[in-house]
Design a binder for this molecule. Structure first.
Ligand code: LLP
Length: 413
């Protein structure tokens, strides 16, 4: 259910009007709905029924401590890609034994931290990484649990920047070369083979690529079993898409059902959804600073910008922009742009909106890859983040100050 709904002419987050949040906390502002985060997580969890599984939320989608904590309380595991994400999960009360560590460039220090924390599994992305992990684990007197992330060479039919399962992507190990790497892993003294891992891309809106990849992974599992290497879980990655505009992505239930059709009942499955849990559980709230109609185009200049929400600029991603308090001013087509000094600084183009200076706009589907990709470009303070829970609102990250921004810099003596 969508907890960002209009009531009496105003857009609400759960039981609170967004106008009230803007007044209390200022703009630009990220607003998350606890109920939606929980419902999206639960939809995956319920879909598995009795099948052994672990949902490892992809921290990169939204790594706010409160978001991680809300999910940890439901029993979530976490997919991390850096030492920073490990630290966040631990501080948010996440269970280290439910962490999987993905990423092509893990450093020795990150490996040590993850080994000491006792994470569930390293998703190893290259032969060189496997060798280093074995060495590092040996030095720590530990054994590293591993899966090899295989690249099944399937086309996820998504944006090229977020497609990861093709042969010319940097991710994973060619699935045809995986048996040899597993053989090597089985011989190394300080790693222990646990599973097979695969993630083919993000914002997928059909099941076919997931099923293609799964078939190839299952064939590999058979091959490995013939080699005497037993696989104890499948990590099938994240990537389930969401509705930004008119996409019709499969529901979590349909997606999980498609996986369960093919996987033996006693084979535990891990998945790593990020966007499908967080995206539609958040909005980005921004205020119109100036209206600038011109002969060629109408610009609505708002206080939020590409540094706060980069998806439109970076991927030409379309996210809905809706008025918080719709009114009957003149409806025109506007490019909704920010104050950053780049032509590519826009949140949306050519949007039909009735606007007046001072209006509040909500950019929908901003809970994933929103704040987590924000920067201080143009020396702008990053926005505050708010979590709404029923009729209560909590600041889960304060608005940055100039002191926060400048704290690590110094002048020459
Ligand atoms: N697991 C791995 C290994 C990943 O690389 C990713 C995302 C996920 C899980 C989570 O995928 P999701 O369920 O969120 O699709 N910044 C881009 C998305 C980049 C995704 C990178 N990897 C965007 O804003 O669209």
């Amino acid at each position: 259910m969508d907890h960002f709904q209009y009531r009496e002419g105003q857009l609400y987050a759960e039981a609170l009007p967004l106008t009230e949040l803007a007044e209390r906390f200022g703009t630009p502002l990220y607003v998350y709905s606890r109920a939606m985060l929980e419902a999206h997580y639960q939809a995956f969890d319920d879909a598995f029924g009795e099948h052994p599984h672990q949902i490892c939320y992809a921290v990169k989608a939204n790594s706010n401590l409160a978001v991680l904590n809300v999910l940890a309380r439901l029993g979530a595991g976490f997919d991390i890609v850096s030492g920073g994400e490990l630290e966040r999960v631990l501080r948010a009360g996440g269970d280290p034994h439910k962490i999987v560590f993905s990423g092509v460039g893990k450093t020795a220090d990150e490996m040590i931290a993850a080994l000491k924390a006792g994470i569930h599994c390293f998703n190893v992305e290259s032969a060189a990484e496997l060798e280093l992990l074995n060495l590092v684990a040996g030095e720590q007197g530990l054994v590293a649990p591993v899966s090899v992330r295989v690249n099944p060479d399937v086309d996820a039919q998504t944006h090229p920047y977020i497609s990861t399962g093709l042969k010319d992507n940097k991710f994973g190990v060619d699935i045809d070369e995986a048996p040899a790497l597993y053989q090597r892993a089985a011989e190394l003294p300080h790693v222990e083979v646990l599973g097979v891992d695969c993630h083919i891309g993000s914002q997928l809106t059909s099941l076919a690529p997931f099923e293609d990849a799964l078939h190839r992974v299952l064939k590999l599992v058979d091959k490995l079993s013939a080699q005497g290497i037993a696989i104890r879980h499948l990590d099938l990655g994240g990537g389930l898409g969401v509705r930004y505009r008119d996409e019709q992505p499969p529901t979590p239930a349909a997606y999980v059902a498609a996986l369960l059709k093919h996987v033996p009942a006693d084979m535990p499955i891990h998945i790593e959804p990020g966007r499908a849990i967080a995206a539609n559980a958040g909005v980005f709230l921004t205020q119109v600073l100036y209206l600038k109609p011109t002969a060629h185009k109408n610009f609505a200049i708002v206080d939020g910008a590409m540094n706060d929400l980069i998806r439109p600029s970076l991927y030409s991603a379309w996210q809905d922009i809706v008025p918080v308090t719709p009114h009957s001013a003149d409806c025109r087509h506007w490019d909704v742009v920010g104050p950053v000094c780049e032509t590519g600084d826009f949140l949306g183009k050519d949007r039909a909106l009735a606007l007046e200076t001072g209006d509040l706009l909500a950019v929908r589907s901003a809970g994933a890859y929103g704040f987590s990709m924000a920067s201080n470009y143009n020396s702008r303070n990053r926005p505050a983040e708010i979590m709404v829970d029923g009729d209560q609102a909590f600041i889960v990250r304060q608005r940055e100050s100039y002191d926060d921004q400048l704290r690590l810099e110094s002048l020459l003596p």
